[in-house]
Design a protein around this ligand. Structure first.
Ligand SMILES: Nc1ncnc2c1ncn2[C@@H]1O[C@H](COP(=O)(O)OP(=O)(O)OP(=O)(O)O)[C@@H](O)[C@H]1O
Ligand SMILES: [Mg+2]
Length: 246
């Protein structure tokens, strides 16, 4: 399988806080890849760097062999977020970031803001309402009235409105009950398998993330400390004691 997303030796700092230190990762087309790590490890920073929301101190990020982000010293230049999204990368941000005063339908429209083809947007919306029936039922309801799980589904549907080839998810299970998390992960598996959307997710819920993924990476204080098949990481003694509570 070919690599869709290539992260090469990137570092990101906030003032004198080094959030990412020489991180390299590969996401192959068609895979589900997860990144696990504790609070403050640098997971969100990595996702933000991929979509151009944090600048690189060193290294570069390639999407289908094209440089989308690079450090200032290199001659390649970083693309703005809207261009990165238009190339097929969508982010479901941490904490969902829904527009609470907008209806479900209006939120989905926001996810398709780059698409000027109204008929295609309307079709895509109906597809989302078929796939997430609860959102169809609530389409004219204000988003703030949805449950946490429903809001997360909506955040995923909103990201899918841009027809991404790769979906980045920042802790989709955060604050949700185990059954709701399971429901979300089973939807992600369908999106991956049937719609051929590559998935890169970061999670603190290591067990659920690793069980759902092909490949896994473990991050500690800004560094990748382990990388293997997800099934191997589930058996790894260090992962078991540090992340699986075994
Ligand atoms: N805007 C910012 N300004 C300064 N420091 C920041 C900023 N954002 C993140 N950091 C710091 O960078 C480090 C990595 O943060 P990041 O949010 O990427 O971690 P995370 O792995 O996503 O954590 P969590 O699991 O809690 O979401 C932390 O030490 C954090 O305090
Ligand atoms: Mg985070």
């Amino acid at each position: 399988m070919s690599d869709l997303l290539t992260i090469e030796d990137i570092s990101v700092s906030y003032g004198n806080i080094k959030a990412l230190r020489n991180v390299s990762m590969l996401v192959a087309k068609g895979d589900i890849v997860c990144l696990i790590g504790a609070n403050g490890a640098g997971k969100s920073t990595l996702l933000k760097a991929i979509v151009g929301l944090e600048s690189l101190e060193s290294g570069r990020i390639l999407y289908k062999d094209e440089v989308i982000a690079a450090d200032r010293a290199s001659h390649a230049h970083s693309l703005p977020t809207n261009i990165i999204v238009s190339k097929g990368i969508a982010l479901v941000p941490e904490g969902r970031r829904v527009f609470a005063d907008m209806t479900v339908e209006e939120n989905l429209d926001m996810g398709a803001f780059l698409n000027k083809d109204d008929a295609a947007v309307a079709r895509k919306k109906e597809e989302m309402f078929d796939f997430f029936p609860i959102l169809g039922e609530r389409r004219r309801q204000k988003t703030r009235s949805l449950s946490g799980g429903e809001q997360q589904m909506m955040a995923v549907a909103r990201a899918l409105m841009s027809n991404p080839e790769i979906l980045l998810l920042d802790e989709p299970g955060l604050g949700l009950a185990p059954l709701v998390i399971q429901d979300i992960f089973s939807k992600l598996a369908i999106i991956n398998k049937e719609d051929k959307v590559t998935i890169f997710l970061v999670e603190q819920n290591a067990r659920m993330a690793l069980r759902s993924s092909n490949e896994g990476y473990v991050m500690e204080t800004g560094r990748i400390v382990l990388h293997d098949k997800a099934s191997e990481l589930l058996k790894n003694q260090k992962v078991k004691s540090a992340y699986l509570g075994e």
